[in-house]
Write a protein that binds this ligand. Structure first.
Ligand code: ZN
Length: 146
């Protein structure tokens, strides 16, 4: 779904929904190339790119896409927020640890767009983090022209 919205007298906005099919319980999926493609499609040269997931058991983060680090991130989450700790929410659907990990990592990122490109450091990648998969997920991307 792509939309270019223009309100007279205001800036352009470009809205896209990315579909993501996760394949395991917890995983980091690099969506940098997909977000870059959205920025390119929008034609917007300068502004802000907001990336948000509306789910409550997954996250959006920015960090280095290096295999060992991806493992370390998942290990850190297991250590900080272990499963099966008599969480109250586990009485409902047994995934309190997934919600808590998602809160820790956050649901959104905002990245500047300059000269038609995302302003990311050399080692920065955008990840969708699945914390309660596998599931069909979606990520909202909105680009605002400045
Ligand atoms: Zn739940």
């Amino acid at each position: 779904m792509k939309k270019l919205i223009h309100f007279p007298g205001s800036e352009y906005q470009w809205v896209t929904l990315l579909d993501i099919q996760t394949t395991t319980r917890t995983e980091l999926i690099d969506i940098t190339d997909r977000v870059r493609a959205v920025v390119r499609d929008s034609g917007i040269k300068d502004g802000l790119c907001a990336i948000m997931t509306r789910h409550t058991t997954c996250s959006i983060i920015i960090n280095e896409n290096e295999r060992s680090l991806r493992t370390d991130i998942l290990r850190m989450l297991e250590k900080l927020i272990p499963q099966d700790q008599n969480y109250a929410h586990d009485q409902i659907d047994n995934n309190a640890h997934s919600h808590l990990r998602a809160i820790l990592l956050g649901m959104s990122e905002i990245i500047p767009v300059e000269d038609g490109h995302l302003v990311l450091g050399t080692w920065q990648s955008i990840f969708f983090v699945e914390l309660d998969g596998p599931r069909n997920r979606s990520v909202n991307i909105k680009i605002l022209e400045s």
